[in-house]
Design a protein around this ligand. Structure first.
Ligand SMILES: [Zn+2]
Ligand SMILES: [Zn+2]
Length: 175
């Protein structure tokens, strides 16, 4: 490797950039909620799809600084910043990310949030599987699969609540 190439390689990955560990090895996932909910369905679905142990981590209240008064919604990115790693947070308020009117959920690295605001209990379970799929490294999928991207409530209702065999393979391969 010549000096120039070496320099570029170093420059691409400076030592202060922390590469997050792969999410695939996650054995335990904490669930927080902003309002008391029945976790049984979510626990079963996550355990069934990802083989993770679920821990009821209790209440995590929504920080007021994440509330956008003009939109009347919470900023999901700010919410992610207060969520501990290896966690799913079920929030009862409407959430958004910039450029979208609302989102059902978000996932980043080993954290995921699902908003129950626009969803029935069944749909919350489905979205929880979807977002946790992302923290297990799955991307959006075009098969009959819970990892289908849904841009509207109609699309979210239409997609199945389970992983397709392709996605399942990716998960089990890495566990
Ligand atoms: Zn998604
Ligand atoms: Zn799939």
């Amino acid at each position: 490797m010549d000096k120039g190439a070496r320099f570029r390689a170093l420059w691409r990955r400076p030592s202060w950039v922390r590469i997050p560990p792969p999410a695939f090895n996650m054995k335990k996932l904490k669930i927080y909620y902003s309002k008391q909910i029945n976790l049984n369905g979510i626990k079963d679905a996550l355990n069934e799809n990802f083989g993770v142990k679920i821990e009821d981590a209790g209440y995590l209240y929504l920080p007021e600084n994440a509330y956008n008064k003009i939109r009347g919604q919470y900023n999901a990115i700010l919410l992610l910043s207060v969520l501990p790693s290896a966690s799913l947070w079920i929030v009862d308020k409407d959430i958004y990310i910039r450029g979208m009117n609302f989102v059902f959920g978000v996932a980043f690295q080993q954290k995921a949030i699902v908003s129950s605001y626009r969803l029935t209990e069944k749909m919350v379970i489905k979205e929880a599987v979807h977002e946790v799929g992302h923290i297990f490294g799955l991307e959006h999928c075009r098969n009959e699969c819970v990892m289908q991207f849904s841009n509207s409530l109609a699309e979210a209702i239409k997609k199945p609540s389970y992983l397709c065999s392709d996605c399942k393979k990716k998960i089990t391969k890495d566990i």
